[in-house]
Write a protein that binds this ligand. Structure first.
Ligand SMILES: NC(=O)c1ccc[n+]([C@@H]2O[C@H](COP(=O)([O-])OP(=O)(O)OC[C@H]3O[C@@H](n4cnc5c(N)ncnc54)[C@H](OP(=O)(O)O)[C@@H]3O)[C@@H](O)[C@H]2O)c1
Length: 160
């Protein structure tokens, strides 16, 4: 199963200047619980944005996408295409960003773990829309408030 994990503002912004726009410990904990022990796939820019202590993400197999055949990501495996990375993990993985990789992976994904952050903000990385005829929200948490933001966890499964 190919799952996507993302935290997204209401205007679909996910990041700015190579970083995140909020600090949500409860969301980070959920991210860790979902992905620990599994394979994660991310873009080169997201890998480089991880803090030193979490690069590579511990207790996970880290796969990084880059078109640069010379690119080296210490502690991670580098793949030139999304398909090669999916093949390498036998099709079971979490795609963890950023915007470019989400766009490439969404047509292939079975599930989206989306943290809906109830804010609009300016950014330069985005998560694509989830059209209602393709994606069904099958779980939604109560709202959580943290560090001045309200957010909820949603799980979308592919409907068609
Ligand atoms: N809110 C969230 O949940 C969340 C999660 C993750 C990241 N983010 C944010 O998202 C932003 C980064 O996103 P981004 O879109 O700028 O970059 P990105 O997707 O993390 O990385 C882009 C790079 O990955 C490589 N790449 C992407 N798609 C590829 C493909 N199909 N095949 C081969 N290589 C591929 C390319 O590397 P080369 O240039 O080396 O070829 C490309 O330049 C940051 O602000 C980060 O904080 C947010």
């Amino acid at each position: 199963m190919i799952s996507i994990v993302v935290a997204c503002a209401t205007n679909r912004v996910i990041g700015r200047d190579g970083g995140l726009l909020w600090r949500l410990p409860t969301d980070l904990r959920r991210f860790r619980e979902l992905t620990t022990g599994a394979t994660v796939i991310m873009g080169r820019k997201t890998f480089e944005s991880l803090p030193d202590a979490y690069r590579p993400l511990p207790k996970r197999r880290n796969l990084v996408l880059s078109t640069d055949s010379d690119y080296v990501a210490p502690g991670a495996e580098v793949f030139r295409t999304l398909q090669e990375a999916i093949n390498a993990c036998g099709g079971d993985c979490f795609v963890i960003g950023g915007g470019q990789v989400y766009s490439a992976a969404l047509p292939r994904a079975d599930r989206v773990y989306l943290t809906q952050v109830e804010t609009t903000c300016e950014g330069d990385a985005f998560f694509p829309a989830l059209p209602e005829h393709l994606w069904r929200c099958c779980e939604e948490s109560d709202p959580i408030s943290e560090n001045g933001h309200e957010f909820r966890f949603r799980v979308y499964d592919r409907a068609a």
